[in-house]
Design a protein around this ligand. Structure first.
Ligand code: HEM
Length: 490
């Protein structure tokens, strides 16, 4: 009897899985032939044999080779949709945005840190985005100049120690600490001192928050959110939550008790908290936003800086040309770095843009379909709830848009080449209403770091750096292992 029940149940489960994995075929959307039982197309990613970004690059290339305008894949049993055609991408990210309102990551009131701008959807997201947008204006960011420049002085000193001792400097580690110190300061108003303190807790919990828990990812992908919300499912680690909540609570209390006013994001949000209008924010909302600014802001920019320096250490002519630009612009400003001076550095701008092309920190960008959507010029309906992944890295490495995509060439961003490229071929910050709110700050932070280093040090690759560099098995597109460079004072 038991044997029969087990056999019948097993058969039902197998038939269900097989049926589930024909979802795209039934919809008439191109799919990949190597879809595997249970894993779908995600086995290599789940077994950490390939990174998330490389996985999506491969999906893009396979569909592109087929010459199709879109395709469907499976993350285990969950169908995911990948648009390839640029016009279709424009529809999803911009024109028909109302059908793709969210990033598709689970959030719930019972888990305070999940209620941030990146996760929220619909009207709650819209309202919050409009409250926070003014905080990222260039005027507001300019008021934070001093925080940035103080950290640059420390960065220069840290590299100087390696240089003076003729030791290769581990740039990935140093720059990650540098951005933690800046973002920790401008988001939370806290001196993290991670450049000087190797055991910095901010760094520990920041890195932990960026780790993917595949089990939770899977659960939130297949179990209806209404059920997860009923049982108050918690996806993040409790120590991460406790750490960040305590930080914000203590800082806010200290400021309110002592009437301290600082020029940072926390202050801008605290000022909103005092407003009685509908622009007001609660302390819970503030905590979640501080958290996403920190998580969204440190590793993205430090990865961009590390990758830029990795390329500059191998392209010495580009490095020298950049140094000359920095010197000549700063000469006009009496050798003082300022935001106005940075705006004048057009070659630096091209270098950062090219870095983010070759190494976009988010190799693919998610969207969740929030209403059934008919793909333009076809009969295909994307069902409500389906995850859509915009294959950013695939597009950035597509020779149809960037000839010789593996070559680091800042001239890809000359006015002439930019004007010849179709729209939606450059997406490191996303596009449309959900585009990165911290774009300006991210660009600025990356540029400031590069100026600080290149102005004072000549960089070459040290043999401790393993070549060819591999991509790390993490959510963000980042290099595996550290990037060791010889830094010689100019
Ligand atoms: C080089 C640096 C950065 C890169 C490459 C980057 C990239 C991105 C990307 C690709 C998205 C998703 C956009 C979309 O869905 O269309 C995003 C969203 C976001 N980023 Fe950034 N980012 C950077 C820096 C920052 C900084 C410095 C902050 C904050 C201090 C920040 C905060 C956010 C937030 C809050 C969102 C969610 C926006 C929303 O959903 O409305 N980012 N970022």
């Amino acid at each position: 009897m038991w044997l029969q029940i087990i056999t019948i149940t097993t058969i039902i489960v197998i038939v269900f899985i097989k049926w589930r994995l024909t979802y795209w075929k039934r919809k008439g959307v191109p799919y990949l032939e190597d879809t595997e039982f249970f894993f779908g197309n995600f086995r290599k990613i789940m077994q950490a044999k390939t990174s998330f970004s490389e996985g999506y690059l491969d999906f893009y290339n396979q569909f592109k080779r087929k010459g199709v305008k879109h395709g469907g894949i499976y993350s285990m049993l969950e169908p995911m949709y990948i648009p390839i055609d640029l016009n279709l991408i424009k529809h999803i990210m911009l024109k028909d945005f109302q059908y793709f309102f969210g990033h598709g990551f689970y959030y719930d009131k019972s888990e305070l840190l999940s209620m941030h701008l990146f996760n929220l959807e619909g009207d709650a997201w819209k309202e919050l985005r409009s409250k926070l947008t003014p905080a990222f204006s260039s005027g507001k960011i300019k008021t934070m100049q001093d925080i940035f420049f103080t950290k640059c002085t420390i960065l220069e000193k840290v590299i100087g120690k390696y240089s003076d001792n003729n030791k290769p400097a581990p740039f990935k580690d140093i720059l990650s600490r540098f951005t933690i110190d800046i973002i920790g300061n401008v988001a939370f108003g806290i001196e993290c001192n991670s450049l000087e303190d190797s055991d910095c807790q901010f760094r520990f919990y920041g890195m932990k928050a960026l780790q993917v828990n595949f089990f939770n990812f899977f659960i939130t992908g297949i179990v209806p959110w209404s059920i997860l919300r009923k049982i108050e499912f918690q996806q993040g680690a409790s120590d991460v939550r406790d750490f960040f909540c305590k930080m914000v609570k203590e800082t806010v209390k200290c400021r309110e008790d002592n009437n301290i006013v600082r020029k940072d994001f926390l202050q801008i949000m605290l000022d909103l908290k005092k407003e009685s209008s509908n622009k007001s924010l609660t302390i819970e909302e503030i905590t979640a936003q501080c958290f996403i600014f920190f998580i969204g802001g440190f590793e993205t920019s430090s990865t961009a800086m590390t990758c830029a320096l990795f390329e500059l250490a191998q392209n010495l002519e580009i490095q020298e040309k950049l140094r000359q630009e920095i010197d000549s612009v700063l000469e006009k400003y009496n050798g003082e770095m300022s935001f106005d001076a940075i705006v004048e550095m057009s070659y630096l701008d091209k270098i950062v843009l090219e870095t983010l092309r070759k190494y976009p920190p988010l190799g693919s960008i998610p969207r969740r379909c929030t209403k059934d959507y008919k793909i333009p010029d076809s009969n295909v309906i994307i069902d409500k709830g389906t995850m859509v992944w915009i294959p950013v890295w695939g597009i950035h490495k597509d020779p149809d848009y960037y000839p010789n995509p593996e070559i680091f060439d800042p001239e890809n961003f000359s006015e002439e080449r930019k004007s010849k490229r179709p729209e939606f071929t450059y997406l490191p910050f996303g596009e449309g209403p959900k585009m990165c709110i911290g774009l300006r700050l991210g660009m600025l932070q990356t540029k400031i770091g590069l100026i600080t280093v290149i102005r004072k040090y000549k960089l070459t690759l040290n043999e401790k750096t393993e070549l060819p560099m591999k991509i790390a098995k993490s959510v963000l597109l980042t290099l595996e292992g550290d990037v060791y460079l010889n830094a010689v004072r100019v």
